[in-house]
Design a protein. Structure first.
Length: 693
């Protein structure tokens, strides 16, 4: 039991079972047990003298001396809701917050004592192998004595890329082959012609979007170990699937990540062990390539982008492990950890290069997707009352580190599930606890897209409890939903970002730059649209900070002031059927913003015509345009058939049905619609915007 760090034989048994180690009691009811175990023999001089011999050694079987500590941490409760209400800028992980609570408890109940005093820590008892006994420190029954372990005796990983036709590439590697090593997925030029295109345009991301063809490549330390069998275009959806195979050949888990051709990704695999020294070496390795500024025209550069992403995901796992160990020590527990997996990468976006008349693609935000972070705790003496606290602290800390990894590695503000929930509380957005008993009441009141509602319903149907903000969140350039999905029996939980990612993402793209006036005018194309853009934003996509105009807080964004609650994720009805509208592109891509606004205005105009025809009003073109802008500006297009710019009698009839606040909104929309018509008639952009026609 000293070997495992516990004081209860039954805890030791449960711990070994949880790690997949075959174990059985020698006698029914406890006492001692037999485990399947592997050790080595080394051909060395065991004692002073000239002769060598085979000496059995088991470096995994260590003895420890322990500082006993004390159990005060078990008396300190953890309030999840209280933690989630912390200000976003506090940026404490749940474990760091809990440590503060324990220290406050000590300050009150045991003045002068600190966390180090109460923690149970162990130091390895060193062994002098030059005087090693021939015997092992336990009774051994030799089942077999192979010269070496085969692949099936080790953990293995099957790495596969999957496109719309099925598996495109696959390779199986053992854990020792890839432990601490860089594994990446990138998309390399498919042919010699594609390589020449990259040289011609001066870089991978300079090639026009639809010109470049690629194929997936899985690399180990920069060497290709699997290549896709099919050629694909940039942006085509793929899946990167990682199968985890236990010794003996059983598939124990699978993680599947959605990726896009043209993106760049690094895989992180972790079991247990401090990787600090490995990370220090890899940071130095990475630095030499940054300093030498090697071949910046390469399609994929594993020594730069790959190494950066790999060290980022390794840093995430190492940071989590250190905090988990601190929690285990403080609560007199041992931490278990299964084989965990996460993927880091760059997001991919597309934009229209108006100067060249071509579509292009670029890397955008960083992300981490960590669907398999496996771990748990066993109190050394079998105490179980704090199991829920420890498991929640583990999961919530992992979530916070998913935003912190990019804030530390990239110096970019980032989002995670926990940070999103804290932001919701800070903004006064209600946070729901959804169960099978209340989902039918709460879900219809949520202001989120249909996809989020679908996934939450799916989680609830699986017996989970979901904690989610009522509304879609808008944090800087990131918009979406976050939620915790927790199994109340097993205490396993998923910390979900919008789109199904179990992880975190940076929230800021490169600073946006407004196009020249003539480019804006050409994209708007017609005076009716030019007047909309002028009235809404004076033809401004980005503010002085390079953020979406007028502010990243929204809810209206960019040149055409697209309203997030009304249009985010929705398809514009009417003649164009534009969408579903991607709010990330609305904020970052001025051409897309204009195109979306034009489609919304067309739909509003179409409705104005239909209303005029239905009531035999025979409205003039100018009146129809004014009516259309009223609908556009007021946001009344969806589901409000009688909200129109109208004459005095009509206004009074409409106003009688609305609250004072709604009436005020309608009055402002009336005034704005009149302003739109003046801009349209006067063509004020020609005088107020330099160089425009």
């Amino acid at each position: 039991m000293n070997w495992l760090g516990v004081t209860d034989i039954n805890v030791a048994y449960s711990y070994l079972v949880s790690q997949g180690i075959p174990v059985r009691y020698v006698k029914a009811g406890g006492g001692s047990f037999v485990i399947a175990h592997t050790w080595v023999e080394a051909y060395i001089r065991a004692n002073p003298g000239p002769h060598r011999s085979w000496i059995p050694m088991d470096p995994g079987f260590k003895q420890y001396t322990y500082q006993a500590g004390s159990l005060e941490a078990r008396s300190v409760p953890f309030n999840r809701e209280e933690y989630l209400k912390l200000p976003v800028n506090r940026d404490k992980t749940a474990i760091e917050y809990f440590k503060d609570q324990v220290q406050q408890y000590l300050d009150t109940h045991a003045p002068g004592r600190n966390l180090e005093d109460i923690s149970r820590t162990g130091a390895i008892v060193p062994t002098d192998f030059t005087r090693w006994h021939v015997r092992l420190p336990y009774r051994a029954i030799v089942a077999q004595e192979p010269a070496a372990l085969t692949s099936s005796d080790r953990y293995q990983f099957t790495l596969s890329t999957i496109d719309y036709l099925g598996t495109s590439s696959t390779v199986t590697v053992s854990y020792p082959e890839i432990y601490g090593k860089r594994v990446t997925l990138s998309f390399i030029p498919a042919t010699t012609s594609d390589e020449q295109l990259i040289q011609q345009y001066g870089g991978y991301y300079n090639v026009p979007l639809f010109s470049l063809k690629v194929k997936p490549a899985i690399k180990l330390e920069g060497q290709t170990i699997a290549t896709g069998s099919r050629i694909v275009g940039i942006g085509q959806s793929h899946y990167f699937e990682i199968g985890i195979i236990a010794p003996g050949g059983a598939l124990i888990d699978t993680a599947t990540h959605a990726v896009k051709a043209g993106g760049y990704y690094a895989l992180g695999l972790d079991t247990y062990g401090d990787m600090t020294n490995i990370l220090v070496d890899r940071f130095e390795y990475h630095k030499q390539f940054i300093d030498s500024d090697i071949n910046n025209q390469a399609a994929v550069d594993d020594n730069l982008d790959g190494e950066y992403l790999f060290t980022s995901v390794s840093h995430y796992f190492n940071s989590l492990e250190k905090q988990v160990d601190e929690l285990a020590s403080m609560t007199h527990s041992v931490a278990t950890k299964g084989v965990s997996e996460a993927l880091t990468g760059y997001g991919l976006s597309y934009y229209y290069d108006y100067t060249q008349g071509v579509w292009r693609f670029k890397q955008t935000s960083y992300f981490i997707d960590a669907p398999l972070v496996i771990g748990g705790f066993y109190s050394i003496d079998g105490y179980q009352q704090d199991n829920i606290t420890k498991q929640r602290l583990f999961g919530m800390t992992g979530s916070t580190l998913e935003n912190r990894v990019w804030e530390e590695m990239a110096s970019e503000d980032s989002i995670s599930t926990i940070k999103g929930l804290q932001y919701a509380y800070a903004q006064g957005i209600p946070v729901y606890t959804i169960t099978q008993g209340n989902i039918n009441t709460l879900l219809p009141t949520m202001n989120v897209d249909d996809g989020t509602k679908f996934y939450i319903t799916q989680d609830i149907n699986q017996g989970n409890i979901v904690i989610a903000p009522r509304d879609t969140l808008h944090y800087k350039l990131w918009s979406g939903s976050v939620w915790i999905s927790e199994n109340p029996v097993t205490l396993t939980a998923g910390y979900i970002l919008y789109g199904g990612i179990h992880g975190g993402s940076t929230t800021e793209d490169k600073k946006g730059e407004n196009p020249d006036c003539q480019s804006m005018s050409d994209r708007l194309a017609q005076d009716k649209y030019r007047a909309v853009g002028m009235k809404e934003s004076t033809w401004t996509q980005f503010n002085k900070k390079g953020q979406p105009y007028p502010s990243p807080k929204g809810p209206d964004f960019g040149t055409m002031q697209i309203n997030q609650p009304t249009w985010g994720g929705k398809t514009v009805p009417g003649p164009t059927k534009f969408g579903p509208i991607d709010m990330a592109r609305v904020k970052a891509d001025w051409q897309y913003n204009i195109d979306a606004g034009k489609a919304i205005f067309d739909a509003a105009y179409d409705r104005a015509v239909q209303f005029s025809n239905a009531h035999n009003l025979n409205l003039s073109e100018q009146r129809l345009l004014t009516d259309a802008y009223f609908i556009y500006n007021h946001g009344g297009y969806v589901g409000k058939d009688k909200v129109h710019y109208w004459d005095e009698k009509g206004v009074k009839e409409i106003f009688s049905k609305y609250s004072e606040k709604q009436k005020a909104g309608l009055e402002r929309a009336q005034i704005n619609a009149g302003g739109y018509l003046k801009i349209y008639n006067d063509k004020t952009w020609a005088t107020s915007k330099k160089g425009c026609k």
